[in-house]
Design a protein around this ligand. Structure first.
Ligand code: BGC
Length: 767
């Protein structure tokens, strides 16, 4: 009976479907409603050349639109340009009220009333700060990454913004580079999946929703490879590295439907990325079919002159527009040169039209032509920013980002029997550092500090005493200026810190960096901890061995003595608005740490760039480092290996891996492994799968992450995790830019980090 009914239902549904299909063939647009593409063409047909070029121009408006006109001379000009349709987008225009006022200028004064698009660096939060991106990557939790950017988008959208310049998906293998904090770390696969999750979080399923904003994959491409880790420096990469390491996350972003791309400050092989036709026009727009638009990085069209590439502004404009840079962020070069170039035939108007179409498309997708003020909602802004729900999300996201690096004698989680807790360190009391350096509109000093978090977490009979101990910086601390570090000879805070440490059952000592030691323009030659933190640590260890180091850093740091001397170490990065609560949740065991390093922690800066996915070389070190033989690819004064490897992270419980099975058939492998929780706590484990193509026409890394899964295990529970590997995971880009796998032997490795792995070697046929 059921079957008959089902069949009838299928026939009925088919009939309806056919009728609808016929209807839509007969009259594609009900009520003559135009599609967005048609609307764009109609609008384009009305636009003068000057108006078209206006759409390609983006200004920064770092002033209050609701207040008086800013004092700098260019600003009045900017306002006039908005009114006359010479501006397509703005960045740094803020608040629902400010964006509304700025939008009014465009919509009420310009001839065609085309709305402005407002962009901003909403990198890890707008008001409510999530942990920095590198920390989020340490969660290896895509759901949490999505949540982090979803909250950021909701807040930003309520404050009138349409577009964020995030995520940054530059693979970053040099800890000296300050912007490593904004990345997902050293690995191509992890960066790809995190990037996709961030894009999904920002953009949601519907760009026209008032709760989502457009994302921007940046910096296209190679910016993370700045030579010697010095920001804005040239890069030296081979085509192999470009194709197989740097570009894949961008391809994934494009496939995930990211609305925009941003090009990069650096040159590649002598061509600035901003002027690279290969990257933007050929690869991105043609081969990857990217339909969004490319925004330049700040002033990067003009910087092509400084690079020594374009001799003047006219040439810079020509190079950039031909290369496929659609919107000019703050170099004013398009605005001042493109009209002339089109009129004298040097640049085809078709190129301008293509760029305008792409920009208008996003404005239509965002719903700005239906209502240009829809995002600037004062009521929503008031409710949304720093809401309880958002703060709770920030705490949850932060919990998963913390990486337990060491836990001797199970010092953690802190037990009820621990009655006197000493909290030490300037960073432990800091309410600003945890906010990070790309902090959008976070209120200064608004984070929950570590000591506040600990005080809120202890039970009534546990006593907490705090001493600052050391100081890190003095004077101005902000996004723009260099930091001044405190005189390391100043030991005025030591005495009190040592005193309270001596009387405590447990010392929690915060060590690390100021958040303005990382971020844009914040490269360092040293990865050691600044000031006299380590000196104080030594003094503390003399009076109390039970020390837990809570690390706060925006990059991997080289801390071999801490690693050796301190029994417990928790890496907390810059964990955002709820940093102190989230850290305390982990310290006291309310949350069992599950983070894994997204980047190798070196022993010394001299090892940098240090990453697990190295090539074998013809002279690999095979445990002979200490045997006294020198003709190996090694250092004479230190091992090659990191202090803590990529993928490393402990839990309060323990996991046992066994029964790795790999079954192959042509073009694929099915992998399974059993993981058991062998410890005393329920916990989460990230099961990591690495592969190596042992011999290939292009030498492959000794290990390459291709999949992972995060599982939750009760005490004593065993789960089987399965992975399917196909050409997608086992192949690579060849010099002719074709992607395919080569038949032969593959090592399949599964485990808890990039070093502790079960391994099977199999043959897989791809012919
Ligand atoms: C950065 C970009 C950022 C832009 C706008 C540039 O200096 O490199 O990542 O989006 O400024 O703030």
């Amino acid at each position: 009976m059921k079957k008959i009914r089902d069949k009838r239902f299928v026939a009925f549904a088919l009939l309806i479907f056919l009728a609808m299909a016929f209807q839509s063939v007969k009259s594609p647009k009900k009520n003559n409603a135009m599609t967005n593409d048609e609307k764009i063409e109609a609008l384009l047909a009305k636009m003068t050349l000057a108006e078209k070029i206006g759409q390609l121009n983006m200004y920064s408006g770092s002033w209050e639109f609701t207040g008086p006109v800013p004092p700098d001379q260019g600003s009045q000009q900017k306002l006039d340009d908005i009114k006359s349709g010479r501006v397509g987008g703005m960045l740094n225009v803020l608040t629902a009220e400010g964006t509304k006022e700025a939008q009014k200028l465009a919509v009420e004064n310009s001839r065609l009333k085309i709305p402005l698009i407002f962009g901003y660096d909403v990198v890890h939060g707008y008001k409510t700060m999530m942990p920095i991106p590198l920390a989020q990557a340490a969660s290896w939790n895509l759901e949490m990454a999505r949540l982090g950017s979803e909250v950021a988008a909701r807040e930003a959208a309520a404050a009138g913004l349409h577009w964020t310049f995030a995520p940054m998906i530059d693979v970053s293998r040099d800890a000296r580079w300050g912007r490593i904090m904004e990345s997902a770390g050293e690995d191509t696969y992890l960066t790809s999946v995190m990037g996709k999750a961030w894009i999904e979080g920002f953009q949601g399923k519907d760009l026209s929703s008032e709760k989502t904003i457009a994302a921007c994959a940046k910096h296209f491409a190679g910016y993370g490879y700045a030579e010697a880790g010095r920001d804005y420096n040239t890069i030296e990469v081979t085509e192999n590295t470009l194709l197989n390491v740097i570009l894949p996350p961008f391809k994934v972003a494009s496939e995930a439907g990211v609305a925009t791309f941003m090009n990069a400050f650096n040159d590649i092989g002598g061509v600035p990325a901003t002027g690279s036709e290969f990257l933007q026009r050929q690869l991105l727009k043609k081969e990857w079919n990217f339909e969004g638009f490319v925004v330049s990085d700040w002033g990067s069209i003009g910087e092509m002159i400084t690079h020594g590439y374009a001799p003047d502004s006219l040439t810079a404009a020509t190079y950039a527009i031909k290369a496929g840079s659609d919107m000019d962020m703050e170099s004013h070069i398009y605005l001042n040169n493109l009209e002339k170039l089109v009129k004298n035939g040097k640049v085809s108007e078709k190129l301008i039209d293509d760029a305008v179409r792409r920009i208008l498309k996003l404005k239509f997708d965002l719903g700005l032509f239906d209502d240009p003020y829809r995002y600037s909602n004062l009521e929503r802004e008031k409710k949304e920013l720093l809401s309880e729900k958002n703060l709770q999300a920030a705490r949850e996201v932060a919990q998963g980002t913390m990486v337990l690096l060491k836990n001797e004698n199970s010092l953690l989680p802190i037990q009820k029997s621990v009655k006197n807790i000493a909290v030490i360190g300037n960073l432990a009391g800091h309410k600003d550092v945890p906010l990070g350096s790309w902090r959008a509109q976070a209120n200064p000093n608004s984070a929950v500090s570590l000591v506040e978090g600990i005080k809120a977490a202890v039970s009534a009979d546990q006593k907490v005493e705090y001493a600052e101990g050391y100081q890190l910086t003095t004077g101005t601390r902000d996004f723009l200026h260099e930091l001044t570090f405190t005189d390391p000879n100043d030991r005025s805070g030591f005495e009190n810190a040592i005193k309270i440490a001596k009387n405590a059952d447990l010392v929690i000592m915060a060590l690390g960096e100021d958040c303005y030691q990382s971020g844009e323009g914040r490269s360092q030659t040293s990865l050691e901890l600044k000031g006299n933190q380590l000196e104080l640590l030594d003094e503390i260890l003399k009076v109390n061995k039970n020390v837990v180091a809570v690390l706060m850093t925006g990059r991997p740091v080289a801390i071999p003595t801490v690693a050796q001397k301190v029994p417990a170490i928790l890496q907390t990065w810059f964990a955002g608005s709820q940093a102190g609560h989230a850290t305390a949740d982990v310290l006291f065991g309310k949350y069992n740490p599950s983070g894994k390093l997204p980047v190798s922690f070196p022993r010394h800066v001299g090892q940098v760039p240090l990453y697990y996915a190295q090539k074998n070389t013809g002279r690999p070190v095979t445990n002979t480092w200490d045997a006294g033989l020198v003709f190996w690819s090694h250092y004479t004064d230190m091992p090659n290996t990191p202090q803590w490897c990529f993928g490393f992270g402990l839990s309060y419980t323990t996991f046992d891996y066994k029964n790795l099975s790999v079954k192959t058939s042509p073009k694929k492998a099915s992998v399974s492994v059993e993981i058991t929780n062998t410890g005393k706590y329920k916990g989460k484990e990230t099961v990591q799968l690495y592969i190596r193509d042992t011999h290939a026409t292009v030498i492959q890394p000794i290990k390459r992450l291709v999949a992972f899964e995060q599982i939750s295990l009760e005490i004593g529970e065993t789960k089987t995790v399965k992975f399917e590997l196909t050409e997608k995971e086992l192949g690579f880009y060849h010099p002719d830019r074709r992607f395919y796998a080569e038949s032969g032997s593959f090592e399949i490795m599964v485990g808890t980090n990039s070093e502790q792995l079960l391994k099977k070697t199999v043959e897989i046929d791809f012919d």
